[in-house]
Design a protein around this ligand. Structure first.
Ligand code: MGD
Ligand code: MGD
Ligand code: MO
Length: 820
């Protein structure tokens, strides 16, 4: 069924239940797939995939998927609708109070006051003078410009780097370390494995299919999450997922999903489900390892040859440290999975060749560092690391990891390097960065000192926040706390194509273009780099919007440093050509012939060959062959099951070996008496976070006009909730409405509400006002994972739910805000 048809089907059926039903059927039956190719149209690319644009009378009217995409995402169909959404910011806009009073305005009026349209001249002058004022009065450590978020892909139009480049020119800024995706894992894994692991190529899918007898999706949902890539999505993993399904059906490979939610991947494979309570996987794995240890089934050889520090962990496992052996019974009591089931799972992983594919949702939780560390330790005890098709992998669910790499040169992009013989404000700037998910904590607590990976970081006093391309008023945890913090800022500037919840909170909003309105260049496939693609401008910028490049250039000009910003280049195409030609030169050094820039641009892409050795890539193969010759990047050169470096940090919330530490809130904590449901907020199937919500695609999933929440029939019955009901979800931090989907696909005691729902306050400006629409971050906790990584803990939160019996308020966030 095509997307348009689906939509019509939905229109005709008033009940939300239809949406729920359709949602589940679609996931169970098919690989998610979109339209077919048409080679004649203008080519471009997006996080959702490469496509050719249909343009009629200067309007972007439709897409056909790029002919080399083996499994296009249906989301590309929503791109025209996104381009002309009602929420487009059409002109530069300033909050009324800010226009009158500047930085002395009443900042509690953000998100409530009307906006005033101004000319570009006026808006740019205002921004430039604000930057200069704040730089001069408070210094660069008072400007937070760590902008995080998923801007349209492209090597030139990276709004964050462009803005950072401009800010550097103006004297500097406070930036960020890390991301929301893998905040915990990317800090712990270098201590354990010597690499960040989460953004690295995986053992190739062909080898997994050839050798593995068990494939485990551990808190991973590639069927949904591999639709998206950071560069242009290539969807290379989907044909392998299809082959895995066939092998599973024939009984050749067993497929497991360890997840409190039966997600789309589990439905597609009809996986054997293991359902631990949220945030308790570490306890379950400890039980598995205790069993393997006490039955002498673990790989002592592997531990001896390839790891260090097992002894400290072993003492903990056996209860010598705390008088608590981590037995199956102990584990079962915590995670809720039956002892027999845990044992059987451990046994099959031991008996057969197994590949553990772990996602990242599990580490977006309190003490999230422990999950990946414990899983590596389990994999060491199983002893299959570095064996073709076996061991573990932390990026099969992301950007189509495991799709064999092509023999391609790299492709560079815009940077913050300033080539200038002149002296300027940037010369004295020294980078100052904070862990990105501590942003609100920083704004609320100037002067506070936090621990981070063995260092101390002092929070500066932030007066101005500048955001280009991100939606922090969806992505950050504990919305109401964030709204309070924001009142402390004098100035908040945003570049956005849309009136997102973030743009609505701004003092100055500059309308930005999207990929279809500008030229750029990008790679297809983050890991496999199958192509370099021309992202061609197909339409003129919508209304008065400008490219972030142009906006930053014009501001730099006002600061007196246009040449430093443009690097002396006349046009955007000069940059694009430079990126391509550098890549071409690199290619030549590798013996790869690439066409001239003009030929490439004309054809629209260059495709690269995949060599046999890349199809046979096994992660840690060399290490396994000879750990002395190929040591890891850890201090010992080996896998560190306990870490001396972390021991020296002496943290109470991250010991020097993997351990079970109770999360701030979970189904076993006191808090669960008052708020008995654990809310998980995984990534949405039909959106990229909050993106595309403002298109017809919302019709595919919303329930009664709200974001869906999955609730188990048992929990629904207790509360008198039926499929399709509007419900209120709440805890002490906040509340939101949602539409109930009653389903056995969540464990009793667990509810699931995707991240990315647009925050739509019932009474803007009122303390802790309810969200009408379904922003899950009303409910989440703003706390770091631990002193080690300070990642976000969005999957650690308890809530209660009740049926909403009042008249449901109208959704207004998908209309324009009030404009004078
Ligand atoms: N509860 C909960 N919260 C989460 C998560 C979770 O699992 N649970 N996940 C976290 C994770 S992993 C992530 S990555 C974040 C995602 O958080 P974000 O990346 O902030 O979310 P997006 O909705 O993708 O927002 C990107 C914004 O950039 C804008 N944009 C796109 N292209 C351009 C451009 O060219 N120029 C400009 N100026 N703007 C542009 C879009 O319109 C959109 O509003 O959310 C985090 N938050
Ligand atoms: N379609 C689509 N694809 C995307 C994105 C998107 O927004 N939409 N976002 C992209 C981005 S930025 C990122 S970071 C990745 C995110 O990739 P992930 O972080 O892996 O994705 P999530 O959906 O957050 O979580 C995956 C699974 O973990 C499960 N889970 C959560 N908590 C627990 C737990 O305690 N134990 C166990 N065993 N399982 C748990 C969830 O139920 C879910 O099924 O996806 C990328 N791909
Ligand atoms: Mo992410």
């Amino acid at each position: 069924m095509g997307n348009i048809k689906r939509r019509e089907f939905l229109k005709g059926s008033s009940a939300a239940a239809a949406s729920a039903l359709l949602f589940n059927n679609l996931s169970a039956n098919s690989l998610i797939s979109g339209p077919v190719a048409n080679k004649s149209k203008s080519i471009s690319g997006s996080h959702f995939g490469a496509f050719r644009a249909h343009v009629k009378g200067g309007q972007f009217t439709g897409v056909t998927a790029f002919e080399d995409d083996p499994n296009p995402s249906p989301m590309i169909n929503a791109l025209p609708s996104r381009t002309y959404a009602k929420t487009r910011v059409e002109y530069p806009m300033v909050r009324e109070g800010f226009l009158k009073h500047g930085h002395k305005s009443d900042t509690s009026k953000r998100g409530t006051e009307k906006f005033v349209r101004v000319s570009w001249e006026k808006a740019l002058d205002l921004v430039a003078s604000e930057i200069q004022r704040v730089q001069k009065k408070y210094g660069y450590k008072s400007i937070y410009a760590g902008s995080y978020g998923w801007y349209c892909t492209g090597k030139l139009h990276n709004p964050q780097t462009l803005m950072n480049r401009m800010m550097k020119i103006s004297g500097g800024y406070v930036g960020r370390i890390g991301d929301y995706s893998t905040g915990a894992a990317q800090i712990i894994l270098p201590h354990v494995l010597g690499s960040i692991e989460v953004y690295e190529q995986q053992t190739s899918w062909p080898l997994v299919l050839k050798h593995a007898k068990n494939v485990v999706f551990w808190g991973a949902n590639p069927l949904v999450t591999c639709q998206i890539e950071w560069d242009v999505a290539g969807h290379g993993a989907f044909p392998y997922l299809e082959q895995l399904k066939k092998a599973h059906k024939k009984g050749q490979i067993d497929v497991y999903s360890v997840d409190p939610v039966k997600n789309d991947t589990a439905m597609y494979f009809d996986s054997t489900m293991i359902k631990p309570k949220p945030n308790t996987d570490v306890a379950m794995m400890l039980g598995m390892m205790h069993y393997l240890h006490t039955t002498k089934q673990y790989d002592e050889e592997f531990i001896k040859k390839y790891t260090v520090g097992f002894k400290d962990f072993e003492d903990y496992l056996l209860g010598k440290v705390d008088n608590t052996p981590k037995t199956l019974k102990w584990a079962s009591n915590i995670c809720g999975v039956k002892e027999e089931e845990i044992k059987k799972f451990a046994q099959t992983l031991k008996d057969k060749k197994s590949m553990l594919m772990a996602g990242w949702g599990v580490q977006r939780a309190d003490h999230g560092e422990q999950f990946h560390w414990t899983l590596v330790t389990l994999a060491c005890m199983l002893g299959q690391i570095g064996v073709p098709g076996c061991g573990f992998g932390f990026s099969y669910h992301y950007s189509n990891g495991g799709t064999p790499s092509s023999h391609a040169p790299g492709l560079g992009g815009i940077s913050t390097n300033i080539n200038s013989s002149r002296q300027g404000p940037w010369t004295k700037y020294e980078p100052y960065n904070i862990p990105c998910a501590r942003m609100v904590d920083m704004i609320s607590n100037p002067g506070k000192v936090i621990d981070f990976n063995g260092r101390k970081i002092e929070y500066p006093e932030i007066k101005m926040v500048y955001w280009t391309s991100g939606n922090p008023f969806h992505h950050h945890q504990d919305r109401n706390n964030m709204i309070e913090a924001w009142k402390r800022l004098e100035t908040f500037i945003v570049h956005e194509p849309h009136w997102t919840p973030t743009a609505r909170m701004a003092d100055i909003v500059l309308p930005a273009t999207t990929e279809i309105e500008r030229n750029d260049i990008e790679i297809i496939g983050d890991y496999n780099s199958s192509h370099i693609i021309a992202m061609k401008k197909a339409i003129e910028p919508v209304k008065e919007s400008k490219d972030d490049y142009e906006i930053c250039r014009l501001i730099s000009k006002r600061l007196g440093y246009e040449k430093e910003f443009t690097d002396g280049k006349k046009t955007q195409m000069d940059w694009i050509k430079e990126f391509y030609n550098n890549s071409k030169m690199q290619g030549e050094n590798k013996g790869i012939k690439m066409p001239s820039f003009e030929e490439f641009w004309e054809k629209g892409y260059v495709k690269f060959e995949v060599r046999k050795e890349d199809k046979n890539f096994t992660r840690y193969e060399k290490y396994r062959q000879n750990p002395m010759l190929h040591p890891l990047g850890t201090p010992s050169g080996k896998i560190e099951i306990s870490s001396r470096v972390i021991k020296k940090f002496n943290y109470d919330d991250c010991l020097h070996y993997p351990s079970w530490i109770e999360p701030a809130e979970w189904l076993g904590s006191k808090e669960s008496k008052k708020y008995p449901l654990h809310v998980l907020s995984p990534h949405p199937k039909y959106r990229l976070h909050s993106q595309l919500s403002n298109t017809w695609i919302r019709d595919l999933y919303e329930v009664n006009g709200r974001e869906p929440i999955w609730i188990n029939p048992e929990d629904a019955k207790k509360r008198g909730i039926k499929n399709g009901d509007i419900v209120k979800v709440y805890n002490k931090r906040g509340s939101t409405l949602a539409g109930a989907i009653v389903t056995n696909n969540v464990l009793p005691g667990v509810v699931k509400m995707d991240e990315g729902g647009w925050y739509d306050p019932k009474e803007p400006g009122k303390d802790k006002t309810m969200c009408k629409h379904g922003d899950v971050n009303q409910l989440t906790i703003d706390k770091g994972t631990s002193k080690l990584a300070q990642g976000n803990i969005s999957n650690t939160a308890l809530v209660e739910i009740e049926k909403y019996t009042k008249q449901a308020p109208e959704i207004t966030v998908f209309d324009k805000p009030a404009i004078v």
